[in-house]
Design a protein around this ligand. Structure first.
Ligand code: PLP
Length: 452
């Protein structure tokens, strides 16, 4: 199935000519991805690995799903491309399906982009133009993308080398009970205190200067932090009180990942309590088969641009192939109950299995998550909660985590590692057996690197 000569050539050409993201180029040794099917991938030597990363947390219906491959193939044959100003069947249908899945009736229009960062850029642009205000609040523990506004909104260390003074962005502490900056003991306390803190930030920054609060419903790469009870509803209330737009970033959490269609459905009244003004999405919307992102827009904000032109656009906004993949993904998720399946796998398999793993491995300080969106926080001491590697570790300081990745791969598991955490993020379609098998491999790898 895998031609090792082709793989060798792929690797050689990659090293000669491909400049990779977020990396010092010199030491890179990328794994060749030769083939993929369902929850499995094959490397350049033909080794099969269980994909517990969903690549970058986007193959929500798995690799090479026949329905998606067919939908894209059919679209290529019918209308392979189009300029954004035309009405195109796959784009119209994708927009309808997306707003139909969103809770409530307020989000009725979609502006399509090519990915998550552009979705955030446009959400903030819309909020600024709608409110006539400039400043935006976001959480320290967050990732919102790599373009100018998104990288400034981002809290995690990827912002540092790009930060030109964070013009117009102010960061706050979101809830994170395991490392509570509010000295909270319970999720309820954490929620209330994080809201009191946000209220202070809003007061001191000047509510009339704030266009938007941008927040991940479930914080993704920065930790898989589920919103504690009432938190998103409380943020909504603060925003409403001060005329601030609430932008919810669903780029990673959306489309089944947390066992719900959208991550903010974890917070009260099936998401109606959070009631965002703008929702940014990407990744899972079409399982990443063709780049796609977008912003779902409230009727009030859409009305701002009814007479006045919206000053933004992209050549490939709502590309027909990407939109066709979105239509196929959403229909598949609905008809095959994939979101419900992800929720069940979380409740019945991943949650219990990962908690059992924590009983065997002292290095696991906390297990948290839902659906197919979990994190194991690795600590050198359970009492002090000292992370196994320092914040933003690289090179030799990050050696234990690098060794863990190698140990997983040698066993046939493709993991997702961020800081001192392993994120367990397989496709939403992962079977019970695959989920159990992957956790067992992860347990073996943890044992090898950190002991029992
Ligand atoms: N927002 C969140 C929550 C993300 O996880 C990401 C990417 O990982 C982005 C935004 C940026 O998306 P993209 O890489 O598609 O631009």
């Amino acid at each position: 199935m895998v031609d090792t000569a082709v793989s060798a050539r792929t690797h050689e050409l990659d090293r000669a000519h491909v400049f990779h993201s977020w990396s010092a180029q010199g030491a890179l040794d990328p794994m060749v991805l030769a083939a993929a099917q369902g929850c499995w991938v094959w490397d350049g030597q033909g080794n099969r690995l269980l994909d517990f990363s969903s690549q970058l947390v986007f193959t929500n219906v798995g690799h090479q799903h026949p329905a998606l491959v067919q939908a894209i193939t059919d679209q290529v044959a019918t209308l392979a491309t189009s300029a954004p100003q035309h009405a195109v069947a796959s784009r119209s249908e994708a927009a309808r399906l997306i707003v139909e899945q969103l809770p409530g009736e307020r989000l009725q229009k979609v502006f399509f982009t090519n990915g998550g960062t552009e979705a955030i850029e446009n959400a903030v642009r819309m909020a600024r133009l709608h409110t006539g205000r400039h400043k935006v609040l976001s959480a320290y523990r967050s990732y919102h993308g790599h373009t100018a506004t998104s990288i400034h909104l981002t809290g995690d260390p990827r912002r540092w080398p790009n930060d030109t003074g964070a013009a117009g962005v102010v960061h706050f502490f979101g809830p994170y009970l395991y490392r509570s900056v509010f000295h909270a003991q319970t999720p309820e306390q954490e929620s209330q205190r994080a809201l009191a803190h946000l209220e202070q930030v809003i007061t001191l920054e000047g509510p009339s200067t704030l266009a938007a609060v941008v927040i991940e419903s479930v914080v993704g790469t920065a930790g898989v932090l589920m919103p504690p009870p009432g938190y998103l509803a409380g943020v909504r209330e603060l925003c409403t009180r001060h005329g601030i737009m609430l932008v919810i970033d669903e780029v990673m959490a959306g489309f089944g990942r947390a066992g719900t269609w959208f991550g903010y459905q974890h917070d009260g009244a099936e998401g109606l309590a959070a009631d965002p003004d703008l929702v940014a999405f990407a990744k899972g919307v079409n399982s990443g088969y063709v780049p796609l992102g977008g912003v779902a827009i409230s009727t009030e904000i859409a009305a701002t641009f009814a007479e006045r032109p919206y000053p933004g656009g992209l050549t490939y906004s709502g590309h027909p192939l990407a939109a066709a993949a979105a239509v196929a993904t959403i229909e598949l998720m609905k008809h095959e109950r994939i979101v419900e399946h992800a929720a069940e796998i979380g409740e019945q398999v991943l949650g219990p299995e990962l908690r059992a793993l924590a009983e065997q491995h002292q290095v696991i300080g906390e297990v948290r998550g839902a659906g197919v969106f979990w994190a194991l926080e690795l600590v050198s001491d359970r009492q002090t909660r000292e992370p196994v590697v320092p914040y933003n570790a690289s090179g030799s300081a990050n050696k234990p985590m690098a060794e863990l990745v190698s140990a997983c791969r040698r066993r046939g598991l493709l993991p997702f590692v961020a800081g001192n955490r392993v994120h367990v993020v397989p496709p939403c379609t992962v079977s019970e057996d695959e989920a159990r098998y992957g956790v067992a491999l992860l347990g073996n790898a943890l044992g090898e690197v950190f002991g029992g």
